[in-house]
Design a binder for this molecule. Structure first.
Ligand SMILES: Cc1cc2nc3c(=O)[nH]c(=O)nc-3n(C[C@H](O)[C@H](O)[C@H](O)COP(=O)(O)O)c2cc1C
Length: 182
């Protein structure tokens, strides 16, 4: 696939088929993540790949945490999180993405974001769908404690075979986001 086709054709997928994803494909996708540029070539990303029972168990912890949040703060404050959780439950794979935060620099988060983008692009290249998930932050300390990690949580990515053609959202024009100065 042409790189420009991958960049523009990738969509956030929010409806997945139940079919599992072969481990070789997941390894290939994570390999793409591991080839991202990183601050000081520090490879600050770490990936925890959840499938089957491990994914269900994590989602169930997430649901309990979110229910507690909604009881305390109200449904409105939970924003898109309940909808995102339903997608996490449907997709056969959930990758939790960590930042080892080796130097404590903000730029280490950029390294991890670059890895996440590579993952989403390679998944699309292989005929899979992905969803970059920030809503896991609703269970930020809970997720770190659940896995017993000494890292920062950067997000998560749902992966699976798409059961939809992702709708193309309205993107800003380049004029709105770029300036050229001579
Ligand atoms: C940092 C980040 C966090 C996101 N978190 C969520 C999320 O929690 N739930 C969700 O449904 N989509 C999430 N998305 C997907 C965006 O909504 C999506 O990328 C955007 O609407 C553009 O659509 P596209 O990816 O198809 O181009 C996230 C994307 C990014 C980059």
């Amino acid at each position: 696939m042409e790189l420009s086709e991958a960049i523009k054709g990738r969509r956030s997928i929010r409806k997945f088929k139940p079919d599992s994803v072969a481990k070789e494909l997941l390894v290939d996708i994570l390999e793409a993540g591991n080839w991202a540029p990183s601050a000081k070539n520090g490879h600050q990303w770490r990936f925890t790949v959840l499938t089957r029972k491990a994914k269900d168990d994590y989602n169930s912890m997430f649901r309990d945490t979110l229910d507690g949040f909604i009881k305390k703060h109200g449904r409105n404050e939970a924003g898109s999180a309940p909808g995102t959780l339903a997608i996490m439950e449907e997709a056969p794979v959930l990758v939790i993405v960590w930042n080892t935060n080796e130097y404590g620099w903000p730029s280490e988060e950029h390294s991890v974001a670059a890895a996440m983008q590579n993952i989403c692009l390679r998944a699309y290249d292989l005929g899979l769908g992905s969803l970059w998930i920030g809503d896991v932050f609703y269970a930020y300390p809970e997720t770190i404690e659940y896995f017993g990690k000494n890292w920062k949580l950067s997000g998560a990515i749902s992966i699976g075979y798409p059961d939809t053609v992702g709708k193309v959202p309205k993107k800003k024009s380049l004029d709105e986001v770029a300036e050229f100065i001579e």
